[in-house]
Design a protein around this ligand. Structure first.
Ligand code: PRX
Length: 658
């Protein structure tokens, strides 16, 4: 047990102390009773939760569990868009603001802000759904969405949900080859995009990337048929035969398009995420279970009360699971206002986020440790300039948070009083799994504390036996939960192998963990070849394959290394082919090459050229050794000016390295 795990706890404040009306779960006793009931009677527990939603037809069975296949609310018919939007209009809240959107550019007159009511969101969503239908999109078809953070992105997602189309959102920072891979895998025929998106004052050429992707698919069975383009940045774009402007296609469509009742188990979306091998995998999420779990976790974790006063802001991009679950699908059903911000945190200066919190009177704020570390570096004066007293609850997600950043967050953003919810979950889990509840759970900086009600989590050894408190083990989830992934699109074997083989009868998320004597969980990071860069997952194999695709490279090994802001940075060890000289120029070229192949987030932070990579006798790359070298823990005593002689250190390393 490290000293971090014996730190003093922070008791939850009284609701009044942070300006909240009340806490939905106000004590540890209340939490423990809920959790106990959810384990003793999961069907009764989840059935009560699900009853708070609109079902066109009620379910017959709460859960069918035939490992690894779960079905939730079987026989029930519902619709995510109906519950997120239409229900509130039907209940008389049509004029409440659903989304406050703020654009990145910041002229003297102030940034562009759009306040979209639930009625407007319903109308726009219906029009977009009709436009998609007019293009031939039917229930079950996959619509690819590659956009900046504009309101039309939310509309496009909800429009798919409205008619039972499946969306596959690709983060706007990914390259055209990432679009090609995902469009092919999902057999998607329609793409929704923007001319460009604003990022730190520059235009990211989204449409150009889509054009490149479409051109490489033309003439193949995977050719894209239609592209809808939102005009946002007014940058020059080519409008080809398959392209249609959003304002024409959606602007001219009827706003009459009722939500389609869908089977609870109908696929709602695919979201691609990296694994330890091969290409990113399409994680399959469904309708009823996903809705119930993400909305209920939103409600309790962020203490959501639909009094028309709460303004919730999650800074993620909708291109990641955090944006799907905690900007849209979990938040809107709670009938609070969700803030969407288009651009960078330091545009036009490092106080932009706090300016947004102040102007929109944000009550709940959800961000990532990497952002918090950047705020720390930029200086306390930025938040100090702004009135942050509306904040009630602060959240963090994406990677383990270092206690120093946690404490800074509480002090400088949370006035030393707001509870911090450190939420552990994954693309695959759909919603929160381990998290404090703000009015109930005493928190410890760096721990995601305890399982959410309904979640049976443990730290186990390779045989699936629980390890004693204080000992490192593997995180495991022992019972199904409503928003769990239902598969990897088109790859049953990979689904079974990745999540269900390593631990007997349990879900294996790929993370290591320790429990302390209070039963609190401390996530120690990934135990597979996935690295978590700024809270974004990348497979080392993906980056390696991008590197070896460069003509100068014959072999590459990629590992994570500690990074002050990103948490984990990317270190690449590269062996060059004959005739290629190591040097700064080539390093820059390789970085750019990886950026083009995957996206800017995959560019290595450190490149080391090596005459050969250190390997075990059986030929496996000694990754642990490379991690030590990247972290500066292992000295290389040879001449290291250009070419590292890693065989020297390899000889020093133990032969059982894997
Ligand atoms: O390693 C864990 C880390 O992020 C991984 C999931 O990544 P992704 O699917 O991209 O989803 C990120 C947003 C949910 C996990 O396997 N992770 C996520 N949240 C935390 C975390 N590690 C520690 N503490 C967290 N709160």
């Amino acid at each position: 047990m490290t000293t971090e795990q014996t730190v003093p706890t922070y008791a939850p404040p009284a609701a009044n102390d942070v300006g909240a009306l009340s806490w939905l779960v106000g004590s540890m006793d209340a939490y423990r009773a809920m959790h106990q009931r959810s384990i003793d009677d999961p069907e009764g527990f989840w059935s009560d939760v699900a009853s708070e939603f609109h079902w066109f037809e009620k379910w017959d069975t709460v859960v069918e569990w035939d490992l690894p296949d779960a079905k939730w609310f079987v026989g029930g018919k519902t619709n995510l868009c109906y519950n997120a939007v239409d229900r509130h209009v039907a209940d008389g809240y049509s004029e409440q603001i659903a989304i406050i959107w703020e654009g990145e550019p910041y002229p003297d007159s102030g940034p562009e802000v759009r306040r979209i009511t639930y009625r407007e969101l319903q109308n726009e969503t219906a029009k977009c759904a009709n436009a998609l239908k007019a293009m031939g999109v039917k229930k079950g078809d996959v619509v690819t969405i590659y956009m900046g953070m504009v309101p039309e992105l939310a509309v496009a997602c909800l429009a798919c949900a409205r008619i039972g189309a499946v969306h596959s959102v690709i983060f706007g920072g990914f390259s055209s080859s990432a679009i090609v891979d995902r469009v092919k895998d999902a057999k998607s025929k329609v793409i929704v995009t923007c001319d460009g998106s604003w990022r730190r004052g520059k235009v990211v050429p989204l449409k150009e990337n889509v054009d490149e992707a479409c051109q490489s698919l033309d003439g193949t069975p995977d050719a894209v048929e239609k592209v809808i383009v939102v005009k946002r940045c007014e940058n020059d774009v080519a409008i080809n035969g398959r392209d249609v402007w959003w304002h024409d296609a959606v602007g001219g469509a009827s706003d009459d398009c009722p939500c389609v009742p869908l089977d609870s188990e109908a696929m709602s979306f695919l979201l691609y995420t990296s694994g330890s091998t091969g290409k990113p995998k399409g994680i399959v999420h469904t309708t009823g279970g996903y809705m119930v779990h993400t909305s209920y976790t939103s409600k309790l974790t962020f203490n959501m009360i639909p009094d028309g006063q709460q303004i919730y802001w999650c800074t993620a991009d909708i291109g990641w699971i955090t944006g799907h679950s905690y900007i849209l699908y979990g938040i809107l059903p709670n009938r609070v206002t969700s803030v969407m911000y288009e651009g960078g945190p330091d545009f036009p200066d490092a106080s932009r986020f706090w300016d947004i919190v102040e102007r929109h009177r944000v009550t709940q704020f959800y961000t990532a440790p990497t952002a918090i570390r950047a705020f720390m570096k930029w200086g306390n004066e930025h938040p100090a300039k702004h009135d942050l007293t509306t904040l009630q609850v602060l959240g963090t997600v994406g990677e383990p948070i270092n206690p120093e950043a946690w404490k800074w967050y509480r002090k400088h953003i949370g006035r030393g009083v707001c509870p911090i919810v450190d939420t552990w979950w994954q693309t695959e889990t759909g919603g929160h799994m381990l998290t404090p509840l703000p009015g109930a759970t005493p928190t410890k900086p760096g721990s995601c504390t305890l399982p959410f009600p309904g979640i049976d989590a443990a730290v186990v050894d390779e045989q699936g036996n629980e390890v004693p408190n204080g000992e490192q083990g593997l995180l495991a989830i022992r019972k199904p939960w409503p928003s769990m992934l239902r598969g990897i699109f088109g790859d049953r074997e990979r689904f079974v192998d990745t999540y269900w083989k390593r631990l007997p009868g349990m879900y294996f998320p790929g993370d290591g963990a320790v429990r302390d004597d209070d039963g609190y969980f401390w996530i120690t990071g990934r135990v597979d070849d996935v690295i978590n860069v700024s809270g974004h997952r990348l497979g080392t194999a993906e980056v390696e394959s991008a590197l070896v695709a460069h003509p100068a490279v014959v072999e590459a090994a990629v590992v994570g290394m500690p990074h002050e802001i990103k948490g984990t940075g990317i270190a690449a060890f590269v062996t060059l082919g004959p005739g290629h000289e190591p040097g700064e120029g080539l390093k820059n070229e390789l970085r750019a090459h990886v950026g083009n192949d995957i996206g800017a987030i995959a560019k290595p932070d450190l490149i080391k050229f090596a005459a050969g990579l250190p390997k075990t006798r059986s030929g496996k790359i000694m990754r642990r050794l490379l991690r030590d070298i990247a972290a500066g823990k292992t000295e290389i005593s040879q001449d290291v000016t250009t070419l590292e002689d890693l065989s020297v250190v390899a000889k020093l390393a133990s032969s059982d390295e894997s």
